[in-house]
Design a protein around this ligand. Structure first.
Ligand code: TA6
Length: 293
């Protein structure tokens, strides 16, 4: 039975940077989840420490996205397809979710956070929906965003669980799992590129949208660990590092912080946008973990 207030043994309601958040604990792991954007900002395991990256210059304020952790991009990814004045990556990451409660499942703790369509969301997305983030913490961190169409008309949406992994230095890590996959390169504008065989290494700004349902792992020898991003019902993977020029252009991103982060995102982005008929739902899941090399 879910405990609406959260069971204090594993769920603590806290204030962090002036925002309401949850601190979850299970299996020696710990996670911090803000109600603002239902954004996970920290995932630590007893064996590997912190797995995520958050900018020292991140802004914690209403209407702003927190730079780091796992922002939720919904109901569109990137620029809005037709209305460029609307916020990039949708409005979920700047919306306040409601904490529904938490409970123990085996060794894990599960907390759910809910965002429902409202007079505030209708002008941005003229559909009735429920978006529920289910955070399951144990030795791994599983994030499932379930979207339900509560209206009378079908709608399409895009989603990304925009995970910022913490790495020792992006110039020395290797990414595995995308060999042979086709991708659109948002840096060069090329579409339909093919990822060569072998690991992906980073030598400049990288911003790629892959057609791929595969598990991705990032090998970080300097930290003797493999970071794993697994996913369920996700047909798109996005890989991003800003490098130094773009880092300088972002006010909530330190000029010298870019070597320490790598985004590996479980997504469903056009042509894999999700079509939801009335009274149906779809869940996109990412599972983050680490192994010692
Ligand atoms: O997921 C990669 C990306 O779409 C990049 O294009 C980059 O802009 C990044 O997201 C961050 O976007 P944001 O709106 O948070 O500055």
């Amino acid at each position: 039975m879910q405990n609406p207030a959260g069971d204090a043994r594993h769920t603590e309601q806290i204030d962090a940077h002036g925002l309401k958040a949850l601190r979850l604990r299970a299996c020696g792991s710990e996670a911090v989840v803000y109600l603002h954007g239902a954004q996970v900002a920290s995932f630590r395991t007893s064996e590997h420490g912190e797995l995520l990256w958050v900018s020292e210059k991140a802004v914690y304020a209403a209407g702003k996205a927190i730079r780091g952790g796992v922002p939720i991009c919904f109901p569109w990814f990137g620029a809005h397809p037709t209305q460029s004045e609307l916020p990039a990556h949708g409005f979920a990451r700047t919306s306040s979710f409601r904490f529904e409660g938490s409970e123990i499942h085996g060794d894990n703790v599960v907390a759910t956070l809910l965002l429902e369509s409202s007079p505030q969301t209708q002008p941005l997305f003229a559909h009735d929906f429920r978006a529920r983030l289910r955070v399951q913490l144990g030795r791994e961190l599983s994030l499932q965003l379930e979207v339900e169409n509560t209206g009378a008309d079908a709608f399409d949406y895009e989603v990304a669980l925009h995970t910022y992994l913490g790495v020792s230095d992006v110039r020395s890590v290797e990414l595995e799992g995308l060999a042979g996959a086709s991708y659109d390169d948002k840096v060069t504008g090329e579409r339909g590129c093919r990822q060569p065989d072998g690991p992906l290494r980073f030598v400049g700004e990288t911003d790629r949208v892959y057609d791929s349902s595969a598990r991705i792992s990032v090998i970080d020898r300097a930290r003797q660990r493999r970071l794993i991003v697994d996913k369920i019902h996700s047909s798109t993977s996005v890989v991003w590092n800003s490098w130094f020029e773009k880092a300088k252009r972002m006010s909530d991103f330190g000029d010298d912080e870019w070597p320490g982060m790598l985004c590996v995102e479980a997504a469903n982005v056009s042509p894999h946008a999700v079509r939801l008929a009335p009274e149906t739902r779809h869940a996109t899941t990412t599972i983050i973990s680490a192994e010692t090399l």
